[in-house]
Design a protein around this ligand. Sequence first.
Ligand SMILES: Nc1nc2c(ncn2[C@@H]2O[C@H](COP(=O)(O)OP(=O)(O)OP(=O)(O)O)[C@@H](O)[C@H]2O)c(=O)[nH]1
Ligand SMILES: [Mg+2]
Length: 447
Amino acid sequence: VAAAIAVFRLSGPQAGQALQHLTAGDLPEPRRAVLRDLKIPQSDELIDRALLLWFPEPHSFTGEDMAELHIHGGRAGIALLSDILSRLPGLRLAEPGEFSRRAFEAGKLDLTAIEGIADLIAAETEAQHRQAARQMAGEIGAQYEAWRAELVVLLAEVEAAIDFPDEDLPGDLHPRVARRAGQLLASLRQGLDDGRRGERLRDGLSVAVIGSPNAGKSSLINILARREAAIVTAVPGTTRDVIEVHLDLEGYPLILADTAGLRATEDVVESEGVRRARARAEEADLRLMMIEAQAAPRLPEDLVGLQKAGDFLLLNKIDLLSPGHGRILDGEIDAGKVQGAVEGLKVFAVSLNDRRGIELVLAALAEEARLRLQGAELSVVTRARHRRALEECVEALARFAEVPLHRTPELVAEDVRMAARALGRVTGHVDVEEVLGALFAEFCIGK
Ligand SMILES: Nc1nc2c(ncn2[C@@H]2O[C@H](COP(=O)(O)OP(=O)(O)OP(=O)(O)O)[C@@H](O)[C@H]2O)c(=O)[nH]1
Ligand SMILES: [Mg+2]
């Protein structure tokens, strides 16, 4: 697809030369946009009238010499400039993520900030965008670095206790070490104990639409997605694959999955669909179970045992109910009256045909998203990688805190070192040798 503008980015020692080659002139003033004609060097033919930026090292994203060429976004222009650039000595196409990688290697960004950039590009909703922007700006990385700095100081104190005879140390060292460890442990555990909000916000709240064949699951997905995402027919067993649609509910991201109707079947394709549906139901944060209102108040056997408290039960096609089913129509039915349903299900009577009850379901979904994701931007855990490292750190530090220092000091120091290393992996700073610096700064032993 053509875009209005295309940006070419060059990084490395050849960037300046390439720029001069195309403009047949001097390099622009650093970090100031200038308008220049780009010409094919051999023929002097105009490629485009471009906006140029020149970032001499080290004041650039990658820390190297960098140049940006903003040209018009037509395909032919992009192809022409790509071709000319890639023929210049020392220039080649960047690999995926290579600019960020170089920025990391130059110490410009830590790993969490780089993840933040990736998340910012992928963000679909307002809350995801806020989360990613904070992470990109370094807020999460700063927290991990602060924790790690405290661990390094702790390690220095422990090392001192090992290396020097008791008389040479401040008298209250052991209680101080214990207190510091205890406070740090509490703070780390608090960071972990976020109900997985950060990860959920980044991934989107996973909602599985499951239920009996023909109940109207795909119809619901299409209404909520406002497009014909899934095939709807009167034939039971229409849907086989899991079909995902992304929703933005008041700034919170939901990933809604349409699934195959659950029933015993001989059909190989359908039974694979049923297997996938059950797996998705199991993994999801929330399940919307759908049955036909005529089937209430009893859950079909294939659906029993799949829901959890807090899930939704939708009784669909109330337009087909006879007046005898007044209780459902009046919204009087609750989960307790549906045989086979778990307690704590939220029941909705709806008709997708005439759109009755849909607003209530949407409002309840938005409320769920708010409850489960509110405040998630503040979480310091946005990926499984962060959680694993933080858990490892807590485990090691807890081992340390539980063993009295005077017993096996060498092993004890190893636990603190492990804890620091686990956190260092989150930001990409794994060097704990700085402990020596901290040691001398703290104790002024100075020998
Ligand atoms: N009368 C009536 N028919 C409905 C309603 N909702 C869906 N239908 C019809 O029910 C049939 C099945 O709808 P689908 O959305 O394909 O149902 P499904 O649950 O996805 O079915 P499978 O994919 O086969 O499991 C279609 O003919 C729909 O038009 C409703 O509220 N009232
Ligand atoms: Mg379907």
